[in-house]
Design a protein around this ligand. Structure first.
Ligand code: TYD
Ligand code: MG
Length: 452
């Protein structure tokens, strides 16, 4: 028998091609062609020509009658918050995907997790990127030294799946999916077909043997999982590792979790001995603060967790006709929108000013209630006036300049109180009974009251 015939099928529109291409010439989508084996024409015809469903009726039962399957054991990591993100630990038989930029610390955190789990269970760390010597160097630094912590170097999806099937290990780390390939597929490692097929094989092996597997996936600059976006649908848990590569806080959050919630977040800092959880991020973030103009403390939420973070703005005259706007840790489109709202709804003029926004500590804000703090920071920097140290700020700003309510205001207020703040400039709809919130209605009123 000759080699199985394959074709490349666009996952978007279904068009098929004999050769792989980066772009589907039928629908114009990029990176959607996947190699598939061709079903012989005759077989296809006989299956479909009947025009009748060939399957059999499903056996169903009332959901009330179904016994919940045993909750499997969870492997605890040494990180309290990370366990929470995972819904209590890494579930046996689950497959998780840890994604993040190169150099953020994926291999480091996984080695630390392995070291902890290996105290009681057998763990295998498979690397397709680094040699045994390199991994040993890192393990030594992290104090990972258990007998039960094993290492293998491999880039073969087939071999790795076979190893997992042996059921020798309770936890297997695959670092990273982009380096793996299957012997049956000709395309290069990291392509969609390799990633999906390797992923599928590994997932099947993990489920069959109740092995917990963590797969590493690199992301591109734009933040999408390079190649294996498809993998997100196949795995049980998707963890995102975000933050600055050089210093600052790094966060791990679950964007998908079949066995737990997705609103917890773990905050880490890279130290000499690997990653450490930051216990009180607000205090750490505010420790080096200097109260200057353009500096505003925002009461924000990272997942379900309230955090106080400093937002800094710098407003300078533009040198060339076109004003420049830069944001680090804050969405640039949102910044442009807020500047437009300020220009239109208040008397502040920014059309000949460069505006820079910085969120201190490497956090990436994803909270609509950051709007008011950003606007106040810009106004404060522009006027050269600082806000009293007693204030925290939160609230969403609408296109009409109105200040809209923020969710979980009481948690934000509680965190601010804990750190010794006296007032919150916040939407009037969030105002409570104790006068901690000094309510504001719209942007214009806020700027007149606090920075003029
Ligand atoms: P790494 O975990 O290899 O990143 P990834 O697997 O996500 O690509 O390493 C992240 C960086 O952390 C690396 O540049 C070296 C640094 N680092 C420390 O600062 N301290 C340590 O203890 C370790 C192990 C690494
Ligand atoms: Mg790595």
């Amino acid at each position: 028998m000759g080699k199985n015939k394959t074709q490349f099928v666009c996952q978007q529109c279904g068009a098929s091609f004999t050769k792989w291409a980066g772009k589907c010439s039928n629908c114009g989508e990029w990176n959607t062609l996947v190699e598939q084996t061709v079903m012989p024409e005759a077989e296809k015809k006989s299956a479909l020509a009947k025009g009748q469903a060939s399957g059999k009726k499903l056996a169903y039962e009332s959901i009330r009658a179904i016994e919940p399957s045993d909750v499997k054991e969870r492997l605890k990591t040494e990180f309290k918050d990370l366990n929470m993100v995972l819904g209590g630990g890494i579930l046996l038989g689950s497959v998780s995907l840890l994604s993040g930029q190169p150099g953020i610390g994926k291999s480091t955190i996984l080695m630390q997790i392995c070291a902890e789990v290996a105290k009681t269970r057998k763990v295998l760390y498979i690397s397709g990127e680094e040699s045994a010597g390199q991994v040993k160097l890192r393990a030594k630094r992290l104090g990972a030294n258990a007998d039960n912590l094993c290492f293998a170097s491999s880039t073969s999806g087939n071999d790795i799946a076979k190893t997992i099937e042996s059921a020798e290990f309770d936890l297997v780390i695959v670092d990273s999916i982009q380096t793996l390939s299957l012997a049956e597929i000709t395309s290069a490692p990291g392509t969609v077909s390799q990633v999906t097929n390797c992923g599928n094989l590994i997932i099947r092996a993990a489920k069959a043997t109740d092995t917990a597997v963590v797969i590493v996936g690199h992301v591109t600059k734009e933040g999408t999982l390079a190649g294996p976006k498809v993998l997100e649908h196949l795995v049980d848990v998707v963890l995102n590792f975000e933050g600055d590569r050089y210093g600052g806080f790094k966060t791990v959050r679950a964007v998908k979790n079949r066995f737990g919630g997705t609103n917890e977040v773990a905050i880490f800092e890279m130290g000499e001995k690997g990653l450490m959880e930051v216990q009180n991020p607000s205090a750490a973030l505010l420790a080096e603060r200097q109260n200057t103009d353009g500096s505003i403390i925002l009461a924000t939420l990272e997942g379900a967790r309230p955090i106080l973070v400093e937002i800094q703005a710098l407003v300078t005259p533009s040198n060339f006709g076109y004003p420049k706007r830069t944001a680090s840790g804050f969405d640039l489109n949102r910044l442009n929108l807020l500047i437009a709202v300020i220009e239109r709804r208040t008397k502040l003029r920014l059309n000949d000013k460069d505006v820079f926004i910085n969120v201190v500590g490497g956090l990436k804000l994803n909270d609509s209630a950051a709007d008011l703090a950003v606007c106040l920071a810009i106004a404060s920097a522009s006027a050269g006036r600082k806000l009293s140290e007693e204030y925290v700020v939160f609230g969403e700003v609408g296109l009409g300049g109105e200040v809209r309510s923020a969710f979980r205001a009481d948690q934000r207020v509680a965190e601010a109180k804990k750190l010794g703040f006296k007032h919150a400039i916040a939407p009037r709809t969030n105002a409570g009974k104790d006068n901690f919130i000094t309510p504001v209605k719209d942007l214009r009123e806020t700027l007149i009251k606090y920075v003029k």
